[in-house]
Design a binder for this molecule. Structure first.
Ligand code: AMP
Length: 309
């Protein structure tokens, strides 16, 4: 089943308590595509870079089955640049620099061959751009998933709500869920947010795992307890990419299959944080991923019987 991702392809500079990088490859679209490529061997991306973006990274994406027809390369312009610094807890970060560059006037043009996509993953971009993608698709995908961030809640809440009315699944973190709903209980927040449109909601809780809500059903998946978290950048996008790649490879959007997709996304995200940027995602093999998925299965799998005397 075809998968279309729309998201930033970027340069990042990251500072954590463990070290600092110069400009490295980043971007929500990059993480999503790399992660989903572990499950989906051909997929499409709509994005934009400047002529300063390295050809080697584009080649690597192509080798992983990502079609780049929809990736616009703007001659004489610069790629989106984001820089962030993590606090000692590694859960919170400050954005130091956002240079929109080519993203400022990004017009997400959908190549004709991309029409008919069954799975659409809208990475974190302005809600107007995300909505224009949905409106430009001639057939509604089987599942439209979307990420967003507190920045858009602060400056474009009405636009965000309009876009949320058109999607099936929203993937956000706990802090964003609380801001968007005005509720501190995540169960209450999930009801408020789903009333805005998406029938499905995933709330990511960083090192405390992720929750999936649909109707009256709730599923919880833990995060793998890791000795060292080196750089959390892109973990959320990697999670979303693994989740959507798994769903698109199976074609099954039942709640039961979404549980498996959450484990797939969580396993990939657990690799992502082990090195700076996309480095670890590029290094690992399918065998590494299979082994880690098994670790997740045994992490919370148990037999329980008891007697009442
Ligand atoms: P995450 O850590 O999952 O929130 O994602 C971090 C990635 O999002 C980085 O690689 C950035 O390049 C990208 N990013 C940060 N801010 C924006 C933005 N305003 N629009 C699009 N992408 C962004």
């Amino acid at each position: 089943m075809s998968l279309l991702t729309v998201g930033s392809v970027a340069f990042d500079a990251i500072e954590t308590p463990f070290g600092k990088t110069d400009k490295i490859i980043g971007g929500a679209g990059t993480y999503i595509a790399l992660a989903s490529s572990f499950f989906k061997k051909n997929q499409n991306i709509v994005s934009v870079v400047g002529d300063d973006f390295p050809q080697e990274m584009l080649d690597l994406l192509s080798e992983r089955g990502v079609d780049l027809t929809g990736l616009q390369i703007k001659q004489g312009e610069k790629t989106f640049f984001w820089s962030g610094k993590y606090h000692n807890d590694m859960n919170t970060r400050d954005t130091l620099i956002t240079e929109l560059n080519v993203l400022e006037n990004f017009d997400p043009i959908i190549p004709a061959d991309y029409q008919g996509a069954e799975f659409l993953m809208l990475g974190n971009l302005s809600p107007q751009v995300q909505r224009s993608v949905i409106e430009r698709l001639t057939e509604r995908p089987k599942l439209i998933a979307m990420d967003t961030m507190n920045f858009w809640m602060d400056i474009a809440l009405d636009e965000l709500k309009k876009t949320m009315g058109l999607i099936d699944l929203l993937i956000i973190n706990d802090e964003e869920a609380r801001q968007l709903s005005g509720e501190s209980s995540l169960v209450k927040a999930s009801k408020v947010i789903r009333a805005m449109g998406p029938k499905y909601l995933i709330i990511k809780k960083g090192e405390h795992g992720a929750l999936l809500f649909h109707g009256e059903k709730i599923f919880f998946a833990p995060a793998l307890p890791l000795e060292e978290v080196f750089d959390p950048t892109g973990a959320g996008d990697t999670f979303a990419g693994g989740f959507m790649g798994y769903l698109a490879s199976t074609g099954d959007i039942s709640f039961e299959n979404m549980k498996r997709a959450i484990i797939a996304g969580s396993a990939l995200a657990s690799f992502c944080v082990e090195k700076f940027g996309t480095q670890k995602l590029v290094e690992i093999t399918q065998d590494n991923l299979d082994a880690r998925i098994q670790e997740f299965v045994s992490l919370s799998n148990y037999d329980m019987t008891y007697q009442v005397n």
